[in-house]
Design a protein around this ligand. Structure first.
Ligand SMILES: [Zn+2]
Length: 93
């Protein structure tokens, strides 16, 4: 019985450690190696597409597919980079 307690305690520690490692990761890998990461996150909602690489203004003509609205900081956290056509201010340094 005490063996079971140890096994479940160890499993809990491993799961908690994995989750914390996931959330404390400094910067996510960029979805596109060819675009620049955002210099700063604009305080606004942006449109992302599942499987896409860029985040856009919802009115951007380069936005294709079913868009999902998230905050710019959330999009950056997910590894999206600003669209160079409609997100120029986010790229400005
Ligand atoms: Zn765009």
């Amino acid at each position: 019985m005490s063996r079971m307690v140890w096994v479940s305690a160890l499993a809990t520690v491993l799961i908690v450690g994995a989750v914390m490692a996931l959330f404390s990761a400094p910067a996510p890998p960029l979805r596109s190696e060819h675009s620049r990461p955002a210099a700063h996150a604009p305080e606004r909602m942006v449109a992302i597409v599942e499987g896409g690489k860029l985040f856009h203004d919802p009115a951007c003509t380069y936005l294709h597919g079913k868009a999902k609205m998230v905050t710019a900081s959330e999009a950056i956290r997910l590894g999206y980079t600003p669209c160079p056509r409609c997100m120029k201010p986010a790229l400005a340094r």
